[in-house]
Design a protein around this ligand. Sequence first.
Ligand code: ZN
Length: 135
Amino acid sequence: MSTARGLDQAAVERFRDQLLALKRDAAVAVETRLHGQGELRKDEAGLPRHADETDDDGAAETQRQADVVHLARKATQLDEIDAALARIATGDYGLCIDCDEPIDLRRLEAYPAALRCARCQQQAELHQSRLGRHA
Ligand SMILES: [Zn+2]
C-alpha cells in the first residue's frame, strides 16, 4: 500500500524531490521568458527581441520560433511534472500510464517526469507526429 510496484518508498521520495526541483526550474524558465528579463521592454509575449541581436531578420525569426518552441516544451514539461506528482500521491508513480507496466528505473532517473515506458512513449510520439499540427 505504501509503495508502487517496483519502486520503494525511498526511491519515490527521491524522485518527488527531483520533480519539485524540476518544477521550480521550469516555472522560473517560463516566467523569465514570458515576462522578459527586466531591462528588456515588453513586446509581443515578452520574448527577447532577437532582432536587436542580429542583422539577419531570418535568423531573428528562427530564434523567436525557437523561443516559442522552448516555452511550449517547458509548459508541457510542467504538465508532466504535475501529472507525475499526482501519481506519486495516488501510488501509481513509476507505472506507465498506457500499459501499466513499471517504467525502467534508468529512464525515471534520466527524466523523473516520464509517464510512459520507452515503448509507449515511442508510440505516443509517433501518434502525435501523425496528427500533425492540427491539435
Ligand atoms: Zn507502457
